[in-house]
Design a protein around this ligand. Structure first.
Ligand code: ADP
Length: 169
């Protein structure tokens, strides 16, 4: 049984086994959560991302996939980088957003992570409407087959927190 918890706050301040990063496909850092994770986590994470780029992901990490690095100076053992889809008004990319949660949990299981913190993937620069993103996040985690014991959604502001809370109840 996976317990879902909600926290309003900064994902880089969480003590968990794995922190999920809403990365971009370059794996070389960006704004939002990605920027915050690299800032607080220090250069070790970016170095590992560069190595992954050079070895396995020359064309970038595909949307909906996930890959782990160590967590540098964060209070976690791993960062799991996943690439959310940009929201589209003309095309349904929900399956790709669900895949981010599923793939991140699959990687967490491979690592043996038992507590995993997720941000609201794709709801920033990638413009996914918060309510729909929360629905997909909660449904996907609820139906996942995983040994992860706690999935913690870490929401950055009150609106995101309230939206996830409404979807959870
Ligand atoms: P994406 O490119 O997937 O949209 P963003 O990083 O732009 O990713 O935003 C994803 C969500 O993460 C947004 O709701 C944003 O408000 C939130 N966010 C930004 N910084 C943090 C942080 N330090 N901790 C948790 N959530 C954050």
């Amino acid at each position: 049984m996976t317990t879902i918890t909600l926290v309003r706050g900064d994902i880089t301040r969480q003590t968990v086994d794995a922190i999920v990063n809403a990365a971009n496909s370059s794996l070389l850092g960006g704004g939002g959560v990605d920027g915050a994770i690299h800032r607080r986590g220090g250069p070790a994470i970016l170095e590992e991302c560069r190595a992954l780029r050079a070895s396995r992901y020359g064309k970038g990490l595909p949307t909906g996939r996930a890959v782990a690095t160590t967590a540098g100076e964060l209070d976690a053992r791993w960062v799991i980088h996943t690439v959310g889809p940009v929201h589209s008004g003309s095309e349904d990319r929900s399956e790709l957003l669900a895949s981010c949660y599923r793939e991140s949990l699959r990687v967490a299981d491979e690592l043996g992570a038992r507590t995993v913190a997720f941000p609201a993937i794709s709801t920033g620069v990638y413009r996914w409407p918060m309510d729909d993103a929360a629905r997909i996040a909660v449904e996907t985690v609820r139906s996942a087959r995983t040994a992860v014991e706690e999935v913690r959604f870490v929401l950055f502001d009150d609106r995101a927190y309230e939206t996830f809370a409404a979807r959870l109840n």
